[in-house]
Design a protein around this ligand. Structure first.
Ligand code: NAD
Length: 525
């Protein structure tokens, strides 16, 4: 098919580099940004509010966000939207749909690219706010911000590849074109664990393809979510193309999912909430004009296989990084370790050794490995899972953690029964379970025996086994001889299948198509 390209002056896409904190200047800037956030906390200047038509609203009720690292400190007030704001936002966006759809694709792409540049400019402040609101270490917060920049730039560039109609076949007397149109109003329902990158990535994907979007951030990360609204306004997104609605999932999320005016829902979060959204959005409401498109990216129970010929030092480091980075609160985190034959005991020894260097503490200190988990409910649930597992399973390693925030120590179980929830259920905390198997084939069978298929890894020095894993280890993102977290936009498009999601790949070339409907136009000449 012949394609007529749409031109802009964007440079070729390259990933945003991570900040080098060994440079004194960068360290100073991060500390200054943390100080700026703390000043705002002290003067009660941090808050989030619903934004419709670029006007901040008071919302229906007030909530607060506590600092997960210091649970006695309140970071800010959340003015929560309710169903009234959902109705209002939908009315405004419905009026704005046409204007944004028929804004030129180049202009839309420029606005979204600019959003990326604004994030780059404000990088230190945004990272510091992430460190405070969800407890990410400096490096993890910086990576979150870098990914947000990448999503804006990558999707802006990608969107132009499908912006112009494509001529299909040359047939005498007939002109055939294939083109894409936006779906309409997109509801974006986001998690807190990548509080900038994920909500922003989903939102700009919807916007850059000509849809209008309502963002509902997670309750735990509304302060950062509010920054997304500010960034998009400054970038030049029109007032009737975007709305920001912080609020409860059961209220704002439900109302968006059930609204007949919403054409597509893009959700990242837990399995059960995602499956419920799929179920509810399949019921056609009165006045509904289209079948809702649901894009769902859900959880994982990710395994790393260690072969009996693997470099065990490298494997132990890779497992610890994958399991305990951000306290295991990544959908990509490693939570199962499957070790082949005689490598089991030596690997466990090395795991213990590497895990004992993990430091848990307040992430304003750049030397900690990870900070608190996101809130008291998460802490209580993870601690309960650990104590239940302790009844029947053996602990290999349990670290220490401070008491004055929502901290959980790194915990490793050994010889785990594969029916135990610690082996089968997503825990979303710093907990990993190990098991020994006879050979590599059994390792692959055990790894694949999960309802999830998100990430997976293999440490091996056997070319034959690495190739076998390429073919038979069925996960969305497979990593060989490296950690299994830290996918980069464009380089490792990210997302799973089975109950890990619908197979879409964020940061990949197919992602934007999900926000578009294809059309064919034929003219007889
Ligand atoms: P969650 O499912 O609890 O919440 C996600 C969002 O859904 C929040 O905004 C929440 O308010 C909203 N919500 C809750 N109930 C709702 C309802 N009834 N209707 C509509 N919306 C509702 O998930 P979380 O705790 O924020 O995030 C952690 C989960 O996200 C983990 O399972 C993790 O694996 C998954 N995750 C997956 C990916 C991926 O790319 N596959 C990435 C990040 C996180």
């Amino acid at each position: 098919m012949e394609r007529s390209a749409v031109s802009t002056d964007f440079p070729p896409f390259a990933n945003e580099p991570f900040t080098d904190f060994s440079q004194k200047e960068n360290e100073d800037r991060y500390r200054a940004a943390l100080g700026e956030v703390d000043e705002k906390v002290k003067s009660k200047a941090l808050y989030a509010a619903p934004v419709i038509g670029w006007r901040e609203l008071e919302g229906q009720e007030r909530g607060t966000r506590r600092d997960p690292s210091r649970s006695s400190v309140t970071l800010g007030v959340i003015k929560k939207a309710g169903t009234k704001e959902v109705t209002q936002a939908l009315e405004v966006l419905e009026k704005g749909r046409d204007g944004w759809e028929f804004t030129s694709p180049e202009e839309r792409a420029r606005i979204i690219y600019r959003a990326g540049e604004i994030i780059e400019r404000d990088k230190f402040y945004l990272s510091a706010l992430i460190t405070r609101e969800v407890g990410k270490s400096w490096a993890e917060a910086d990576a979150d911000v870098a990914e947000a920049v990448d999503f804006c730039k990558y999707y802006a560039i990608e969107s132009l590849k499908h912006a112009a109609p494509i001529k299909t076949m040359e047939v005498s007397g007939e002109d055939n074109h294939y083109l894409y149109q936006p779906r309409g109003i997109v509801a974006v329902i986001a998690p807190w664990n990548f509080p900038l990158a994920i909500p922003l990535g989903m939102t700009v994907a919807a916007l850059v393809t000509g849809n209008v979007a309502i963002l509902k951030p997670a309750e735990q990360s509304s302060l950062i979510g509010f920054e997304i609204s500010r960034i998009l306004q400054e970038a030049g997104v029109p007032s009737d193309a975007f709305a920001f609605l912080p609020g409860d999932g059961e209220v704002v999320g439900e109302a968006l999912v059930q609204s007949p005016k919403v054409a597509a829902i893009v959700f990242t979060g837990s399995r059960d909430v995602g499956l419920n959204i799929i179920r509810k959005s399949s019921t056609v409401q009165e006045g509904q004009e289209s079948i809702k498109r649901v894009i769902c990216e859900l959880g994982g129970k990710n395994a790393i296989i260690v072969d009996d010929n693997a470099d065990l030092d490298k494997a132990a480091r890779g497992i610890v990084q994958s399991a305990f980075g951000f306290g295991g609160q990544k959908c990509s985190a490693c939570s199962r370790v499957i070790v082949v034959g005689g490598a089991y005991e030596p690997l466990l020894e090395k795991l213990k050794e590497v895990a004992s260097s993990v430091v848990v503490g307040n992430p304003i200190d750049n030397s900690v490995t990870y900070g608190p988990v996101v809130d008291e409910a998460a802490r209580a649930k993870i601690m309960e899972t650990i104590s239940q597992a302790e009844q029947s399973e053996k602990i290999l390693f349990e670290g220490t953690a401070p008491q004055d925030g929502y901290y959980v120590p790194p915990t490793i179980f050994r010889d785990v029964d594969p029916t135990n929830p610690v082996w089968t259920e997503e825990i979303f905390g710093p907990v990993v379970a190990c098991m020994q198997v006879r050979d590599f084939d059994e390792a692959l069978a055990v790894a694949n025996r999960s309802q999830y298929a998100l990430t997976g890894g293999v440490f091996s020095s056997s070319r034959e086994n690495l190739d076998k894993a390429r073919a038979r280890f069925k996960v969305g993102n497979l990593y060989l001889n490296r950690k299994i977290t830290g996918a980069l936009v464009g380089r490792q498009p990210f997302g799973g299948f089975k109950l890990s999601g619908v197979g879409s790949k964020a940061g990949g070339k197919d992602y934007l198509f999900q926000f578009l409907e294809p059309r064919t136009i034929t003219e007889s000449l």
